[in-house]
Design a protein around this ligand. Structure first.
Ligand SMILES: Cc1cc2nc3c(=O)[nH]c(=O)nc-3n(C[C@H](O)[C@H](O)[C@H](O)COP(=O)(O)OP(=O)(O)OC[C@H]3O[C@@H](n4cnc5c(N)ncnc54)[C@H](O)[C@@H]3O)c2cc1C
Length: 420
């Protein structure tokens, strides 16, 4: 049985960096190869669910997260008129042992990068190294890298294992599944922005308004702005669009607001003014809502997939980053248990492939947000009493079912404390 001593990670995004921290703690020599020349704080807001905050806390990042994120206090679903459908406490307010954080994705990535440099080593992350190809031979995996911009070859590196955390357009996934093609378009586009505004509701609330084909999501992400009595609000406007959609998904494509703003013009709920939020935002980014079909296999001898490379999903239910972090944790635990590369990577896949496939499929049916669609179908003109439209039992069942699927059922998660 060969013990894993070295690991090579393709991709310095959320999943890759957390994997580096986890494997380093286990005594493995880790190197991260990131395609972009300079890692910048890109993206807008994301959410970290309590199960992923647990993993980051174990990696010693509790204080850093507290300084960078807003501990989400509640989640609200409302219809397109702002009438309340569902409200539940979140994170510690809901009795979890760990907070849920709303956080700027770029800030999270920079926080993780700093931790990797401090804990693993200043030179453990090689930027400007795009993984091009790899081979497995003689008990090692060797990968070739290039400069993405110039095409210049940057040589080969070898390690006991290769973890592909190279995102939704993963080069490694493409080697195993060459005929897969582009991600699958949902027929819906997301427009995302960040703007400073008056705090709404608790000042730590996450709200979703509307239904499947026209939705607006908003939550604050910056604790420093909150200390000044304001909110840096992350928002997402979502619309169904006719046709095939954009040919490639790029998280940083800027667009003009008039592409999508008109249908939201009347969405002033009193406690949240959607058109004003859109109006006052400087930069808006467009991202087609895409995913990929669940795969039959992630681990191939000494190579495995992780995060969006393994299971890109619709950004529903606050799961994209959280599931990548859970993957990193599960991979580390599998290696700890098995040692041998092939057995460990298979055990990691066994632990994570099924659960993440279930989330991909649940998100195609709107995940926990399906209650918004049910209410739209049954009461498109609004309601006097919610009970006439949907029962409390139905609402609770849908919410609880999704928590089970996504692995953050409170009782189960809190039991882990005993094992720490
Ligand atoms: C620039 C950017 C902005 C984003 N903004 C948002 C957002 O605002 N909201 C949201 O919900 N999600 C956003 N995401 C996606 C979100 O980060 C992921 O869904 C989630 O965090 C899972 O992380 P991941 O590490 O698997 O993938 P990612 O975070 O996408 O990271 C993948 C990394 O791999 C690198 N890479 C790609 N190909 C190669 C290669 N061949 N060799 C080496 N490195 C490679 C990429 O540059 C990237 O840094 C963004 C992703 C990116 C890359």
């Amino acid at each position: 049985m060969t013990k894993i001593k070295t690991a090579m990670i393709a991709g310095g995004g959320i999943g890759g960096l957390v994997t580096a921290l986890k494997l380093h703690r286990m005594g493995i020599t880790v190197r991260v190869f990131e395609s972009v020349e300079t890692i910048k704080a890109l993206g807008v807001g994301i959410n970290l669910l309590p199960h992923s905050v647990r993993v980051l806390t174990e990696l010693g990042l509790a204080d850093e997260l507290k300084a960078a994120g807003i501990p989400t206090a509640e989640l609200l679903y409302v219809n397109k008129f702002g009438q309340k459908i569902w409200q539940e406490p979140r994170g510690e307010a809901a009795g979890y042992h760990w907070p849920q954080y709303s956080i700027h994705r770029g800030r999270l990535q920079m926080l993780l990068l700093k931790a990797v440099k401090e804990q693993v080593g200043e030179h453990s992350v090689r930027t400007g190294h795009h993984l091009k190809s790899f081979q497995m031979m003689g008990g090692v995996v060797t990968a070739q890298f290039e400069n993405r911009k110039t095409g210049e070859s940057l040589g080969s590196y070898g390690a006991d294992i290769l973890i592909a955390a190279d995102g939704i357009h993963s080069a490694v996934r493409k080697c195993f599944y060459p005929d897969e093609g582009l991600p699958k378009f949902s027929g819906r586009i997301l427009w995302r922005g960040l703007t400073e505004a008056e705090p709404f509701l608790t000042g730590r609330s996450m709200i979703m308004a509307g239904y499947q084909d026209q939705k607006f999501v908003a939550y604050p992400v910056c604790p420093q702005t909150a200390q000044e009595g304001r909110s840096l609000v992350n928002w997402i406007a979502e619309l169904a669009v006719p046709g095939e959609g954009p040919s490639r998904s790029d998280w940083n494509r800027k667009v003009e607001k008039d592409v999508f703003a008109a249908p939201f013009a009347n969405w002033d709920f009193g406690w949240l003014n959607v058109p004003r939020l859109i109006e006052e935002t400087k930069d808006v980014y467009e991202f087609p809502m895409v995913d990929r079909d669940p795969l039959p296999q992630w681990s191939f001898e000494r190579v495995t997939l992780l995060g969006d490379a393994a299971h890109p999903m619709y950004p529903i239910g606050s799961n994209g980053a959280s599931q990548a972090i859970l993957d990193a944790d599960a991979l580390g635990e599998a290696i700890l248990e098995h040692g041998d590369a092939e057995t460990a990577l298979r055990a990691y896949e066994d632990a994570r492939r099924g659960p993440t496939a279930n989330i991909v499929l649940a998100n195609r049916k709107n995940g926990p947000e399906m209650v918004m669609q049910i209410v739209e179908d049954r009461a498109p003109n609004g309601f006097t009493s919610l009970n006439d439209v949907i029962t409390q039992r139905e609402l609770e069942d849908i919410s609880n079912q999704y928590k089970q699927i996504a692995g953050f059922d409170r009782e189960k998660l809190n039991q882990i404390v005993g094992a720490l």
